[in-house]
Design a protein around this ligand. Structure first.
Ligand SMILES: NC(=O)c1ccc[n+]([C@@H]2O[C@H](COP(=O)([O-])OP(=O)(O)OC[C@H]3O[C@@H](n4cnc5c(N)ncnc54)[C@H](OP(=O)(O)O)[C@@H]3O)[C@@H](O)[C@H]2O)c1
Length: 245
């Protein structure tokens, strides 16, 4: 049987969540397509994962750029007959400490361009290839910062912290719900979920602030990427458990 194919965005750093997910999915037998704005960074990381029968392809991708996304879709269409899993991991704009009354909207728009429109653009382009899969899955990497109910990181907890980032993830969660309802209405098998990885130590100094290792965060992402046919869709999860919207 052909191996399942997963495409992951935003895999430019060995310390990042995207790399952790790519490595583990390769170990589980997936063919992995890792993408990053820098082709060189993606290639360097792909070589660290690719061993023996593990097939890892590295491609350049800027999710903000429609041409870059459609070029990647053309390439993958020409090489594979389908896509099984899309993980929208690329994310930007942790506007820590920027007061909402002093927000620079150019930077806010840029954050939305990556975190919301980037994921949306990817889903639009790859939808036909996902439909060709027997068990298509989309995972939008979101954040408790976009949740009303997350008691630790939620929108109502810290009024002046990560406003634009949090709102972009709130919108991404809304997109997850809208697309889920559309897929259901159309009778499509695609399952789409938002997943918060928790507070993860992907940057220096964050472990000291309580962030957990990437290895702990990836399990909940891979769970959503490999849900069985009776698994949930249109939800928001952390560590496989529902998170409040
Ligand atoms: N770490 C946490 O505590 C935490 C918590 C909640 C949610 N998350 C989410 O988890 C995801 C991964 O974050 P991370 O912590 O692993 O940090 P990260 O390594 O900085 O991951 C973000 C990735 O997105 C890429 N990216 C940014 N803009 C892009 C664009 N326009 N096109 C393509 N790729 C782009 C970055 O690439 P460049 O190197 O090119 O900038 C980077 O590879 C993000 O969506 C983040 O919001 C993280």
């Amino acid at each position: 049987m052909n191996k399942k194919i997963v495409l992951i965005t935003g895999v430019s750093r060995e310390e990042g969540i995207g790399y952790g997910v790519a490595k583990k999915m390769a170990e589980q037998g997936f063919d992995v397509i890792i993408t990053a704005r820098s082709q060189e960074k993606a290639e360097t990381l792909s070589k660290k994962i690719a061993t023996g029968s593990v097939n890892v392809v590295a491609e350049a991708l800027d999710v903000e750029n429609a041409e870059s996304v459609s070029n990647l879709a053309d390439f993958i269409r020409s090489r594979y007959e389908r896509l099984d899993v899309l993980i929208n991991n690329a994310g930007a704009g942790f506007d820590f400490g920027v007061h909402p009354l002093e927000t620079d909207f150019d930077s806010t728009k840029k954050i939305f361009e990556t975190n919301l429109f980037g994921a949306w653009r990817m889903i639009q382009q790859f939808h036909p290839m996902l439909k060709a899969s027997d068990e298509p899955r989309i995972v939008n990497i979101s954040s408790g910062a976009g949740s009303f109910g997350d008691p630790q990181f939620g929108l109502g907890v810290h009024p002046a912290i990560v406003t634009s980032y949090g709102l972009s993830k709130l919108a991404l969660n809304g997109l997850t719900v809208k697309l889920d309802r559309q897929f259901r209405k159309a009778g499509e098998k695609i399952k789409i979920n938002s997943v918060c990885p928790g507070f993860v130590a992907t940057y220096p100094g964050t472990a000291e602030m309580g962030a957990r290792p990437v290895a702990e965060a990836v399990d909940g992402i891979i769970w959503a990427a490999t849900l069985p046919p009776d698994g949930p869709s249109g939800g928001f999860f952390r560590d496989k458990a529902p998170l409040p919207w």
